[in-house]
Design a protein around this ligand. Structure first.
Ligand code: COS
Length: 384
């Protein structure tokens, strides 16, 4: 749902310009320094980018899902590290509080997340609990008016920058699966929290992940999201439904950027006396990429509109995430191919994008997990 087309267009234009004039020229700097420059963080704050999805009553822009995916198409056109820095506050780090938090939790945390004063992280994955998220072992034991948390969370995006962590932990050890899990908001400064070394990733330099270790961390009971035990896994799944749609939109934006770069290269690069864009085998790669991007864009918009209508889009979000991220991988591969040898050296952005986008098919649920979700939902609908 687009609330006001004109206002949205103004926002999209300003983000488009910001991406073209500020972010794209600094991509190499981010890759080389493995950091988002402070002045860019400041500009992102001023533009309200940390609070895009947080409702206006809490100081954000309160964009709808359809508006969000349109914005994400734009942000996807540059290094994913920029989007990652604001991504957790707009997505997996804040949505749990937004959808299931108590009024006090919302009013306490959301305004500071919206302004970018505070960063957040989503702590679900563990060393032994990745795709099988419901098997997580981090424990939260009630002691008076506190819970005591113990365990290790892995690959946590923005962990080194976050001021709060949304932590999924097992409050009921008797229930081995999803029903024993609760979600907590844990503040960074709480004694007993430490971080592992930053992960050395294949790509996405400038986006930081690490372990978050909880060693007898005492968390006030008031930090239990929604004040209800045993529903933390469902909170996490609802967060991921939305997150998956966001990653699908990001994949569309990144694929569009790679294809733009490849087309420009194919028009400039001459072989056999003419631009390689005139050769039909190059044209086939351009055309296949264009059509697949268009298909993914349509899927993302359709799923986003359905979510705005209040419909359950678990299936659509997984379809969009699976198709768009796999499409992005195919487009990355073809665009390296179009660049030829130049695609394998770091002078051209495609070499970096090829590594950066590989993660899209893995995080917020692998392609194989999306297949499981889609097929399970189909079977459930057919048999109930
Ligand atoms: N929205 C709301 N509730 C949901 C839900 C959703 N999208 N998906 C599942 N649930 C509920 C189920 O209805 C079930 O509740 P009941 O027991 O009351 O029926 C409960 O959550 C458990 O669901 P399920 O039985 O399907 O859980 P499984 O352990 O079988 O696993 C998968 C489900 C595999 C889909 C889940 O573990 C998953 O998504 N894994 C990938 C994790 C991931 O994406 N990690 C990325 C890292 S975070 S960046």
């Amino acid at each position: 749902m687009i609330r006001d087309a004109e206002t949205l267009q103004i926002l999209l234009d300003s983000i488009h310009q910001f991406v073209d004039e500020v972010l794209i020229p600094r991509e190499n700097e981010v890759a080389e320094t493995d950091a988002i420059p402070r002045d860019i963080v400041e500009q992102m704050r001023e533009m309200g980018l940390f609070g895009l999805t947080i409702p206006e009553e809490f100081g954000g822009l309160g964009v709808t899902m359809e508006e969000e995916v349109n914005i994400t198409f734009e942000l996807g056109r540059t290094s994913p590290a920029f989007r990652s820095y604001i991504g957790t506050n707009n997505g997996i780090g804040s949505i749990g509080i937004l959808i299931d938090g108590t009024p006090e939790q919302k009013s306490h945390y959301l305004p500071r997340l919206a302004s970018g004063e505070l960063l957040s992280s989503f702590c679900l994955t563990e060393p032994d609990a990745g795709s099988d998220a419901a098997s997580l072992k981090t424990s939260a034991v009630r002691e008076g008016d506190h819970y005591v948390l113990n365990g290790t969370k892995r690959f946590i995006t923005n962990a080194p920058h976050a001021g709060i962590y949304t932590v999924m932990a097992r409050t009921n050890p008797e229930i081995k699966g999803a029903g024993g899990i609760s979600a907590f908001i844990v503040e960074r400064g709480t004694p007993g929290i430490s971080l592992g070394k930053p992960d050395h990733k294949m790509g996405q330099k400038g986006a930081h992940t690490s372990d978050v270790i909880f060693d007898n961390v005492r968390v006030p009971a008031s930090q239990l999201i929604g004040g209800v035990e045993g529903v933390g896994f469902k909170t996490a799944m609802k967060v991921l439904d939305k997150g998956r749609l966001h990653i699908a939109a990001l994949s569309v934006g990144a694929a569009e950027r790679m294809l733009d770069d490849a087309l420009r290269y194919a028009l400039e690069r001459k072989q056999f006396g003419k631009p390689i864009a005139e050769f039909q085998l190059i044209q086939a790669m351009l055309a296949d990429s264009k059509a697949e991007i268009y298909a993914a864009r349509c899927m993302v918009l359709d799923a986003a509109r359905k979510r705005d209508e209040g419909r359950n889009v678990s299936t659509e979000a997984s379809c969009a995430k699976m198709f768009a991220t796999e499409m992005c991988g195919r487009v990355a591969d073809r665009c390296v191919q179009i660049h030829g040898g130049a695609g394998y050296v770091s002078e051209y952005a495609i070499e970096r994008f090829y590594r950066d986008v590989r993660l899209f098919r893995i995080y917020e649920g692998t392609t194989q997990i999306q297949q499981v979700v889609i097929a399970r939902n189909m079977i459930r609908e057919a048999t109930h």
